[in-house]
Design a protein around this ligand. Structure first.
Ligand code: ATP
Length: 367
């Protein structure tokens, strides 16, 4: 199976006054795995149902393999779909469920037998052919649903929270399974989830949505390390935010004042100087808990604070630090569990440090 290109151009959907999806455009390469990630109500499912053909867009265009399918019926789009509710036919065996799409397309008996055997082998369900859905675990049912969606070898596979009903361990096992099957088959996948870890684990690229718009599209590394907005920064992974004011922005470095006596050096948000920050401009300084480390409280480059709590979280230790600067929130620092730092007394003075490139600077919205 070879995946095909999927192109969305200025796709929008309105339900009465509600704008569910607004002006979304992107291009997915053949065989690419793209997750659509966003909070509840951000338009993920609406986007997917338009690609599938169950909802007509209010405007915009959808192409698969260079063919405009915007007005094509769902069964004419050559798309496989897997939903959160597996939607298996309860009165049919595993074999009959998986064979169903082939029978609808009038494949002959030997071809059906051969394809069902191959796809059940791929999802590791050989020997389960004669079971009914209620005789399977949740993960097995989900694998039958994946097999049924893939048996016609669709070049594009759409998945809407397919693992949402599974518990954490099974969910993580199935993520790897889906990735394995997809990379073996080479199908183009669009995968809707509100789980950031799932999106990061599975995807070549992640499309982050908020309020119906596509706010960032990039590789998991880009989304995590170069978020383009405070929304993406806080939605993907943990992020500390501290208010500040730009002192100067030159030669790729911003100097951000967070109190009368403390100024932090951060990488400039504009690499080419195009939208350089103005002196005195209000900003949000963002830094991930794992990018911070402890320094001497009196060091010139450290941000001073006091330990509020120290928490053991298994794989790592989390420290909550109250900054010495009045009005700033409590900051989280994450160190490996094996760290030799600490233990600290509550209230003990500490300094915080991060590399210049680990501080992100966002212009604060006008008050
Ligand atoms: P969730 O993660 O909760 O499933 P989502 O990101 O998939 O959310 P959508 O289901 O696409 O979001 O909904 C986007 C917006 O469109 C929401 O405000 C929702 O209330 C609205 N909406 C979706 N379907 C309809 C409909 N059939 N009629 C009216 N409004 C709708």
């Amino acid at each position: 199976m070879i995946g095909e290109t999927l192109t969305l151009q200025s796709l929008s959907k309105r339900f009465g006054r509600t704008v569910a999806v607004e002006d979304v455009s992107f291009n997915i390469a053949p065989g690419e795995f793209v997750s659509v990630l966003g909070p509840s109500g951000s338009g993920k499912t609406t986007l997917l149902t338009m690609i599938a053909g169950f909802e007509a867009p209010s405007s915009g265009q959808i192409s698969i393999g260079g063919r405009d399918v915007t007005a094509a019926a769902p069964n004419r789009r050559n798309i496989g779909m897997v939903f959160q509710k597996y939607a298996l036919f309860p009165h049919m065996t595993v074999h009959q469920n998986v064979a169903f799409p082939l029978r609808m397309r009038r494949f002959d008996r030997p071809a059906i037998k051969d394809r069902v055997r191959r796809i059940l082998d791929l999802v590791q369900l050989v020997g389960f052919d004669d079971r009914y859905p209620n005789q399977l675990s949740g993960g097995q049912q989900q694998r039958v649903a994946v097999a049924r969606a893939l048996v016609c070898e669709p070049p594009v596979l759409l998945m809407d929270e397919p693992l949402g009903a599974l518990d954490k361990n099974l969910r993580e096992a199935m993520q790897l399974e889906i990735k394995r099957i997809q990379s073996k088959l080479g199908a183009t996948v669009v995968y809707v989830t509100h789980d950031q870890d799932e999106a990061m684990t599975l995807s070549d690229r992640v499309a982050v949505m908020s309020g119906g718009t596509l706010v960032q599209l990039g590789s998991p590394v880009e989304i995590y390390h170069r978020p383009q907005s405070p929304f993406v920064a806080q939605f993907v992974g943990k992020m500390n935010f501290v208010d500040g004011e730009c002192q100067r922005d030159e030669a790729g470095t911003c100097h951000i004042r967070i109190s009368d006596s403390i100024t932090v050096a951060a990488s400039s948000p504009s690499s080419d100087g195009a939208d350089r920050l103005q002196q005195g401009q209000r900003v949000k300084l963002a830094v991930r808990p794992e990018s911070l480390s402890f320094a001497q409280p009196d060091s010139a480059t450290a941000i001073p604070g006091h330990i509020d709590a120290e928490i053991f979280v298994g794989a790592f230790r989390l420290y909550l630090v109250r900054l010495a600067t009045i009005g700033q929130p409590i900051v989280q620092i994450q160190l490996p569990a094996s760290t030799s730092v600490g233990p600290f007394r509550r209230g003990e003075s500490v300094g915080l440090h991060a590399a210049k490139e680990d501080f992100h600077v966002f212009a604060a919205p006008e008050a």
